[in-house]
Design a protein around this ligand. Structure first.
Ligand code: GLY
Ligand code: MN
Length: 430
């Protein structure tokens, strides 16, 4: 996907406007930090950094002054970088900086050791940026940045280092995570198209999985077929692929995938491609034998009915979960629906989450749904003593008065699941 930098510049302008409107008494500098290279695994840019810069470069920092001046700070790599990692020191070249909305590029600080820049950087390696921060706080200005959440270890480390290097910084920091989340939550048409591309790839991978599932195969063999499709499409797994058979299907984030598929068991396949940074998240549950038993079909149908019931109710104004408004809360309505049949207690997780640049995307769960949100709806029933886990998950775009299912082409009626496993498609016999 080619990145539309005029859209990205517009996002930064909207962020600046939102900050000015929310904090009219304050002024200063917005700092956005890229992720670092993880060493042995492939680099993945921080989602918010990507949203506001389109840059895939690790270790860099974007400084956006209230005056509008935009400077990209980059690690001062030596020659080893080009030999080991990449011939580009940064994705934006000096020639196209203005198209990217960047006024200049500066070094973060002194020359860094080795060919990678680590989140354990020294004060010298960050010296220039530290001076910029010091200059701002000496003028009683504010540093606006995103306070990381628990699993953003890199981002946490950067801030903790800066607090040590710049005494008094904590008093000048303003968290803009809620403003960023509000912006990222509502998807544009182009973002919906990007999400659909990830969904489409994931649907193909589910179809491949449905045909690979056979008694006596290992779960990881099914995983291999899924991730072959992802890789072949230029995508990667948005999260560790879950292929959980029998009792493993009742472990919500099972990821070892090292058990043998047994005839008579079900297998939960919960997977998502990440394509051009946008994530899908789709779950199907298959009978290993290719045919549901009577009991499995009964519970499968109940989960499917729950999902359909909730998808019919989802629209702007409803909540994903709100215990003070249970009649407007998709989670509580799903639980009540399952409670009526005696299976409510076997539904042991939330009804869904926001989806976007992160698989569990940013978005305030204490606010109702709004037009432009993309969510999952994923009811499930888990009965370990019966070796039975069932989850059905699809991806939905919240529109004016309801939802559009982005993954609706992927079969989910029990008969259609069986037909897909047998390799029978809609076109057969026509
Ligand atoms: N599909 C994994 C999850 O939603 O947590
Ligand atoms: Mn999910």
């Amino acid at each position: 996907m080619s990145i539309n930098f005029s859209v990205i510049k517009q996002r930064r302008q909207q962020l600046l406007n939102a900050i000015k409107q929310t904090y009219p008494q304050k002024s200063g500098l917005i700092l956005l930090f890229a992720s670092f290279e993880p060493g042995r695994t492939r680099f993945r840019q921080d989602s918010s950094f990507y949203y506001y810069t389109g840059l895939e470069e690790p270790g860099v920092v974007l400084a956006l002054d209230f005056s509008g001046e935009t400077v990209l700070y980059v690690p001062a790599y030596g020659d080893a970088r080009t030999k080991w990692v990449s011939s580009d020191v940064y994705t934006a070249s000096k020639e196209n900086l203005s198209a990217w909305g960047i006024d200049r590029i500066e070094k973060l600080g002194a020359a860094c050791k080795g060919y990678e820049f680590s989140c354990l950087f020294s004060a010298q390696e960050y010296e220039q940026l530290i001076q910029l921060i010091q200059k701002n706080i000496a003028q009683d200005k504010t540093i606006f940045t995103i306070q990381p959440v628990a699993n953003q270890i890199d981002q946490k480390l950067i801030l903790e280092k800066l607090y040590t290097f710049v005494p008094g910084l904590t008093k000048h920091i303003q968290d803009i995570a809620p403003l960023v989340a509000r912006a990222r939550r509502v998807k544009s048409q182009a973002e919906i198209e990007a999400l659909y591309a990830a969904v489409d790839c994931t649907m193909s991978a589910q179809e491949a999985a449905s045909q690979l599932i056979k008694p006596d195969k290992f779960e990881y063999q099914v995983q291999a077929g899924i991730e072959f499709i992802f890789t072949e499409s230029g995508a990667r797994a948005a999260f560790p692929s879950i292929v959980g058979s029998g009792k493993q299907g009742t472990i919500l984030h099972y990821k070892t995938n090292n058990n043998i598929l047994k005839k008579g068991d079900l297998v939960v396949v919960d997977i998502g491609a990440e394509l051009d940074y946008y994530c899908a998240d789709i779950t199907r549950t298959y009978p290993v034998s290719g045919m549901f038993t009577k009991r499995q079909r009964e519970l499968y149908t109940l989960v499917l009915e729950t999902q359909e019931y909730i998808a019919d109710l989802a629209k702007p104004g409803m909540w994903l979960s709100n215990k003070t408004e249970p009649e407007q809360s998709l989670y509580h309505l799903a639980k009540k629906f399952l409670d009526k049949t005696g299976y409510g207690n076997y539904f042991t997780h939330g009804i869904g989450h926001y989806l976007g640049l992160d698989v569990h995307d940013v978005g305030d769960y204490s606010e109702p749904l709004q037009e432009g949100d993309v969510i999952t709806i994923e009811p499930g029933i888990y009965i370990p003593e019966e070796r039975l886990g069932i989850r059905i998950e699809d991806d939905y775009w919240i529109v004016k008065d309801g939802v559009m299912c982005l993954s609706q082409e992927l079969p989910k009626e029990p008969e259609l699941i069986e037909a897909m496993m047998a390799g029978v498609t809609d076109d057969d016999g026509e």
